[in-house]
Structure formats: C-alpha cells, structure tokens
Design a protein around this ligand. Structure first.
Ligand code: ARG
Length: 492
C-alpha cells in the first residue's frame, strides 16, 4: 500500500511504482520504525491526540507486530511502497482505523531519518565487537612471534630487520583507530530527527525531547530542516567502513605476499584457503583476495552517497532514499568479511626459520653500520656515505655486510674496530630499537600491554553503548530486534 493518493485520480503507473518502491531493502528497518512509532505514540497521548487507551492499544499492536516480523510472519507485498506502508497496512488489519491515527504529527521524512540512525547505531555495536576480536587475534599472534626475526620492508625492498610480532601488531593500531572513529561517530549520531515532521516541526506531537530520550539519543535536533536532510551520519559511517575496508585490504595484500612461495613466510590453514579446479597443487589465499576486492565496493558505497548528497537542496528530497542500499551493503560486506579475516589471521602459521633467513639480506644491516660510526663520533651524513661504500664493497665481493673483514671496514674508515661485528647481528639491530614504539622485543612487550589495555577499555565502552541502546526495546524480549537485519541472504 501507499500512504498517499487522495488527490490523485489515477493509480501510479507500474513503472512509477517500481521506481518508487523501496520496501525490498528498507524492510530491515522495520523493528526500528516500530520502536520509534511507540515513542511517537506516547507523544500523541501526551498531546491528547490519542486517548490513553488508544495509545495502549496501538503500542500493544506494535509490540506484537515486531514479534511477528521477527518470526517472519509478516512480509511486504508487491503493492507496498515502503516499510512505513506495510506497518500501517498490517496495523490497520489488526486495529482498524485507529492505525491511521498514528500518522498524525509525523512524516516519513523524520521517520526514515530516525530509523536509519537507530539501525546504524545498533550495527555499529556489532562492528566494534568484530573489530575488537580481530585486534585481539593480532595481539595473540604478535605475542606468539615476539622473538621471530624478519626483514622489514620499505618500497617492498628489504629495509631493516624487525621482530615479526611488531609487524603484526601494527594492524592492531590501525584497527583501533577504526574503533575510535566509530566511538566518536556514535556521539555525533546521538541526535534524534523525530518530531521534525516533513520539515518544519510538528504541532501535534510537540515533545521531540521525550522521543529522543526514549530512543537513547542524547538530544533532539535543533533544526527541523537539518533533521530531515542530514545524512552526514550515514556518509561518515560509510567513510569509516571504507577505511576498515582499506585496512582489511592492506592486511589481505600482506597475507597474499607472505603466503606466496617466493616469500614462503605464511602457511595458510586449509580452512581459510581454497583450491583450484584444474591445478591440484594449488592453495589460494582467497580470504585475503576477497578482502582486497571487497574494499572496492566499500569505497564505492561511500562515493555513491557523497555524490547523492552533493548539491542536494536541504529538507527532504527523494534522492535521499538512495542512502540506504550503500549503507546496508557496507555493513553486510563487513559482517561477512570480518569473521573470515579473523579466522585467517588466527589460524595462519609463520615460518620463523624462513623469515630469519631473509632478515639480513639486501644489506638490511647497513643502517647499523652508519649508527655504529655515529656512536664513534662521526656526523650521520658522513657515516651514511661510508656505510654505503661498505655496501658497495660487500656487493662487489658477493658477501653480506656481516661477512666483510675488519680490514675491509678499516679500509673505509679507521674508526671501525672489532666491536662493529657485535652491532652487525639481527638480534643486536632489533634489540637496540627499544624506545616506545620500536621493534625491540622489550618494546613489543610494552606495546602489547598498552594495546591490551586499550582493547579492554573499548570493550567496556562498547558493552555500555550496546546496553544503553538495548533499552529502547523496552519490555519486549531481547534477541528479536535483529529479525530483519541481514536480509541479503534470503530475506525479502
Ligand atoms: N522511502 C523513503 C526514503 O527512504 C521514505 C521517505 C519518503 N518521503 C517522501 N516524502 N516521499 O527516503
């Protein structure tokens, strides 16, 4: 059903109705629409548009409706334009004309903006908990490899030796920034559009603050026109999900490289790799590749919404209906991807011997030679030049820097003494970088403990937010609110 038509003398053309229809994707917002309808209903009782008993009757019907939707007992029909239409139609079947009274004092414009905010706030809790699990997987793996040495790269060329746990732990930092972004997004998204009506505010339901409180928003909107036009929260959410996608893609790229036979560092678990239909020997890093590939759609979804918003006049325009599919797709994509990435990261085994064997190749200890001379009093620029000469000499002799003789070194500079060879080991090079954030095992212990503290704090804060949001479902049993959340896999 449509929620308009009084002034029209003919029905919408099939092509018009098909274009207008959003119920096949907005139906997943139904639980959120119902809960905000309950808040609106209470407002209508307060402003005496509804009697107390009418209000009660509507609220009970809404509660039942939500349960039935979660059980899959109610599905949109081909004649329904959007989720609001389905809900009013089914309410009408159940409580008659009273259902039409609920429409007083609000518009689909403030409703849909409220629904989407609630949905995203709810989804952000799941997203944060998945991210924190992934961060924990990295911390766990970093602890396991806290004394494994490998080459670190710049320009994808051997640069300096590092502890492999340090290499893994860097991802925890990037992902923690994503968690932090979601936390900050949460507070900016705490503004309720309900009560803005079509655009100018509502006469019949005059207590937007009460609805805001009931729906766990921090406040109601300070401007009704902004309330119905603002989709910053959706765009910002899409930026965050795109950024997460970029991080997962970069993780994926490393896993792809590390599991190649040229690197031979990573051994993928059978459960997180695939084979080839023609080459029996193949074991492919598909999780990592799909992470890299799906980041494309996550970035695309952000771009899609920004382009919809660009130049759009304020207040509601139907273009805004295009906000939902990108947002849903990004959430679905990450909910699919994150568990697989977590499994991949947790189950990968690294070949410590192989990593160590490459740790000094490519003259990765050249900086140690330069630092050694600096400690002997030489300016770094000079030391850099001499170290470069040592590299050229070693290259010419087809040796590693640690394999040159003291005579070789002294031919380049008299400051070299026997102790230079002490500096020219992977262990010494790594251990000397022990200041905060450095790669030394001692610094890594500190780093992992700091990360652990941050993860615990983020977990507590997320649990608190999720619990506060759960209150909006009131007395109806928990666990049914997400009945229509993931519709991509076999829903409407
Ligand atoms: N389906 C619409 C959307 O998602 C709901 C709001 C419709 N408002 C309107 N004035 N036609 O944006």
């Amino acid at each position: 059903m449509t929620l308009w038509g009084g002034r029209f003398s003919s029905n919408a053309a099939d092509a018009m109705a098909a274009l207008s229809r959003s119920v096949h994707f907005d139906w997943r917002l139904a639980p959120y629409d119902i809960v905000s309808s309950k808040a609106h209903c209470r407002n209508l009782v307060k402003s005496k548009v509804l009697s107390a008993s009418e209000g009660k009757k509507i609220e009970n019907a809404l509660d039942l409706l939500r349960k039935d939707i979660a059980k899959g007992l109610i599905t949109p029909s081909i004649h329904d334009e959007d989720l609001h239409g389905v809900i009013e139609r089914v309410l009408g079947d159940r409580i008659g004309e009273l259902a039409g009274k609920l429409r007083a004092g609000r518009s689909r414009n403030d409703q849909i903006a409220t629904d989407l905010r609630l949905y995203l706030r709810d989804a952000s809790g799941d997203l944060v908990s998945h991210l924190l699990k992934l961060i924990e997987s990295f911390i766990k793996q970093a602890k396991k490899y806290d004394h494994a040495y490998a080459s670190g790269f710049t320009h994808l060329q051997h640069a300096q030796p590092i502890v492999f746990g340090h290499e893994l732990a860097k991802h925890a930092h990037a992902l923690l920034r994503d968690v932090e972004r979601l936390e900050q997004w949460w507070s900016r998204t705490g503004v309720s559009p309900l009560g803005a009506g079509a655009l100018a505010g509502s006469v019949l339901s005059a207590n937007p603050e009460a609805s805001a409180k009931a729906l766990n928003f921090e406040s109601s909107s300070g401007n009704s026109i902004d309330a119905v036009s603002d989709r910053d929260f959706a765009a910002e959410f899409l930026f965050i999900t795109a950024m997460i996608g970029i991080h997962l893609s970069r993780i994926g790229e490393e896993w792809i490289l590390w599991s190649s036979s040229e690197f031979g560092w990573a051994k993928l678990d059978d459960a997180y790799s695939t084979g080839s239909s023609i080459m029996p020997q193949k074991k492919n890093p598909d999780v990592a590749e799909l992470a890299r590939g799906k980041s494309g759609r996550l970035v695309g979804n952000l771009t899609a919404l920004l382009v919809v918003l660009k130049g759009l006049p304020f207040a509601y325009n139907r273009d805004l209906q295009e906000d939902k599919e990108p947002v849903f797709d990004s959430i679905d994509t990450l909910m699919l991807l994150l568990p697989a990435i977590i499994g991949m990261v947790e189950s990968t085994e690294f070949d410590e011997k192989r990593m160590l064997s490459g740790a000094t190749s490519g003259f990765a200890l050249a900086t140690e030679v330069a630092d050694y001379l600096v400690r002997k009093g030489l300016p770094f620029a000079k030391a850099h030049e001499i170290s470069g000469k040592a590299v050229a000499l070693a290259e010419q002799k087809n040796l590693g820097l640690e394999e040159l003789t003291l005579g070789d070194y002294q031919s380049l500079n008299k400051l070299f003494a026997e102790d230079v060879f002490k500096a020219l080991t992977v262990e010494a090079a790594v251990a000397s970088r022990k200041s905060r954030g450095g790669t030394a095992p001692a610094a890594l212990v500190m780093q992992l403990s700091e990360l652990g503290t941050l993860v615990s704090a983020a977990k507590r804060a997320n649990t608190k937010r999720v619990a506060a949001l759960a209150k909006i479902w009131g007395e109806v049993e928990t666990g049914i609110k997400r009945g229509t959340r993931n519709t991509r896999r076999g829903g409407v």
